[in-house]
Design a protein around this ligand. Structure first.
Ligand SMILES: N[C@@H](CCC(=O)N[C@@H](CS)C(=O)NCC(=O)O)C(=O)O
Length: 213
């Protein structure tokens, strides 16, 4: 049995979508973030970082969104969510997974939690800077979508990087100015990802409301 420890609209959204995309049978376990459940010993046994998500599949306990996404893609090859091993597309899939998690996601974390960056410093300029940096990074995503004629991030096929990138773009929906959806190639791609039944079902299960991205 697969269990996904999640919280609505958190990083768990990516594995949540992927579990639906591959047609897995799974149970959603709500982490009481407001009550601090993710910092309690029981949860820290699953993820010592105290972060959401965690995927539990029998004896496997896995944290880190990118790792969970790649593992699900590998476990359900029929869903074709990862390019063929040793292909150039596979190499770029690894690159985008790494970039999404260690470059774009990090700046978005700085945007959401600027006060964690430094004590006794006004977080407002740190937040503004993180927002500007994230927007500059989004240009790379827009350029990637413009670089080929396919509908998805890597080209012709929807891959596990698509819902991951979608989730991070969604997190810009309350930016003070330009948002991911305002980029000329990201906007239509977000619309396409949003229309996928797995994404719709995950939003419904998480009781998300508009704007979705
Ligand atoms: N690198 C981790 C980051 C996960 C993460 O930061 N999750 C957030 C929710 S989106 C969280 O659990 N925050 C709680 C906290 O930082 O205390 C991943 O991608 O799984």
């Amino acid at each position: 049995m697969i269990q996904l420890h999640y919280h609505p609209s958190n990083a768990s959204f990516t594995p949540h979508v992927l579990l639906r995309e591959v047609g897995a049978s799974f149970e959603l376990i709500l982490v009481d973030r407001d009550g601090g459940a993710h910092k309690r010993p029981e949860y820290l046994k699953l993820n010592p970082n105290g972060k959401i998500p965690v995927l539990v599949a029998d004896d496997l306990v896995l944290y880190e969104t990118a790792a969970i996404a790649m593992h699900l893609a590998d476990m359900y090859p029929a869903a074709d969510l990862a390019p063929a091993l040793q292909s150039a597309e596979r190499a770029h899939y690894y690159k985008w997974m790494a970039w999404l998690t260690n470059t774009l996601q990090i700046r978005l974390m700085h945007y959401f939690y600027p006060a964690r960056l430094a004590d006794d410093v006004d977080p407002a300029p740190l937040k503004r800077r993180a927002e500007a940096d994230a927007l500059a990074l989004l240009q790379q995503l827009d350029d990637q979508l413009a670089a080929h004629s396919g509908p998805w991030l890597l080209g012709a096929h929807y891959r596990a990087v698509d819902p991951f990138a979608f989730m991070l773009c969604r997190w810009t929906r309350n930016f003070s100015g330009r948002k991911a959806r305002d980029f000329p190639h990201i906007g239509p791609w977000l619309q396409r990802v949003h229309q996928r039944p797995a994404v719709q079902a995950a939003f419904e299960a998480e009781e998300a409301t508009a704007p979705f991205y």
